[in-house]
Design a protein around this ligand. Structure first.
Ligand code: SF4
Ligand code: SF4
Length: 95
């Protein structure tokens, strides 16, 4: 059976998921990836990815598809959700 609703599209000028999460693989211009909360160097002023579709774009980025849960209805909601995810998946020190 076909789904009755289509997946949400990426909201123009958002860029939340290119800022809030940490990325551990190299990004052109950020060879060590980026920490959480830091704007990706490849995020242009209009919040579009400069390397979309290119092989240098981290696999992590392709894995983050827009969803109602992540994107919410505003950039602020998306940042909050992504910050929660970052906290929940951060490695914990066991020593
Ligand atoms: S959080 Fe959602 S709407 Fe915002 S940039 Fe990422 S995919 Fe697009
Ligand atoms: S490489 Fe592109 S999609 Fe990935 S975080 Fe940077 S701007 Fe966003």
């Amino acid at each position: 059976m076909k789904p009755t609703t289509s997946p949400p599209e990426c909201r123009p000028h958002c860029g939340a998921c290119c800022t809030a999460p940490s990325i551990t693989s190299p990004i052109p211009g950020m060879p060590d990836g980026k920490p959480a909360g830091v704007r990706c160097i490849q995020l242009a002023d209009d919040n579009r990815c400069r390397i979309f579709g290119q092989p240098e774009r981290p696999a992590f980025c392709g894995g983050l598809q827009p969803s109602q849960e992540m994107c919410g209805s505003s950039r602020e909601q998306a940042i909050r959700w992504l910050n929660e995810l970052e906290r929940a998946t951060a490695p914990t020190c066991i020593i």
